[in-house]
Design a protein around this ligand. Sequence first.
Ligand SMILES: Nc1ncnc2c1ncn2[C@@H]1O[C@H](COP(=O)(O)OP(=O)(O)O)[C@@H](O)[C@H]1O
Ligand SMILES: [Mg+2]
Length: 350
Amino acid sequence: MNDTHAPLLELRNLTTMFPTRRGEVRAVEAVNLTLRKGQILGLVGESGCGKSTVLLSILGLIAKPGRVDKGQVLLEGRDITHLSGGEMRRIRGREIAMIFQDPLSTLNPAFHVGEQIRESLRLHHMMLGPPWPLDRAKKAREKKRVIEVMQEVGIPAPEARYKAYPHQFSGGMQQRALIAIGLACQPKVLLADEPTTALDVTIQAQIVALMRRINQEHHTAIILVTHDLGLAAEFCDHIAVMYAGRIVEIGPTDQVIEEPRHPYTAGLLRCIPHVGERRAIEPIPGNVPDLADLPPGCAFSLRCDSARPVCNEGFFRLQPASADAVKRGEGGHWARCLRLTDYQMPALED
Ligand SMILES: Nc1ncnc2c1ncn2[C@@H]1O[C@H](COP(=O)(O)OP(=O)(O)O)[C@@H](O)[C@H]1O
Ligand SMILES: [Mg+2]
């Protein structure tokens, strides 16, 4: 993607905490990310790494007593980190839409799918004029737009399906309906949290193709959260790998996939099955650490086959992981690993 575009969405030093009985847990710690118009960024890591918390922090949806403790979320340069509920609602949907893994938890079972998409349009005042009084002509215009959106996301026979209930849709159709709700207001940014995890592979491929088409036709920027590095490799132009609340590697997809510089990324790559290859999948030993009880130093060190005693000392910054990383700044390839000693250049963040 063209790096000369001004950032659409920026996370600066974002840190999100949850108080727990065992102390404060930093589910997201000092995360810096930049998303530009039309860019597709993959946020990858095992379950429990903090990926969903990043998306919920962007939208001001962290459940209390959890909170964004430090840092900022900037939308086109405007700080939206601590907006009031009403101001945030205006941004959600109209500027930034989010789709979740489980469509049925978001769709209301009691209302027609078409009505729910129409509601999303109306909530954000995208239709001309005030929502009331609702005359017939206006209702017809709104319905026409809903049918267009349903068509756009590949729901067949949308006129007939307008009055269907969510349970009458298959899983893939439900996810399409959810994407339609998200897209009804033509947001600039789409946040997709494991949108295909619950779906069959063929349906998964269709949903990915749909998101790609939306990205190409409307230049909608997308953050795709997934535990599947293979999916991110296929779909995203940049990949950020998260571990224990921190970004441990970030860069252009081809560099991250072809030359992973963090052992965690390399481990995730070895977990991807390749069709036609008889190589055994090698799981990463052990589990994501308990965030309330992180080891000193590198949080991955407990599972890392190249860990040295020094890995448990001090703190590791993101280091340039390719020759051009410093020149490209946040568009370059960076990793948080002691092994990157051959690139001892100024770090991007503290
Ligand atoms: N509501 C919450 N209350 C307490 N801790 C939470 C809450 N949500 C998330 N966490 C903590 O943050 C960690 C990361 O969660 P999450 O962002 O959902 O990870 P991911 O999406 O990568 O699976 C969890 O393992 C948990 O420790
Ligand atoms: Mg999650």
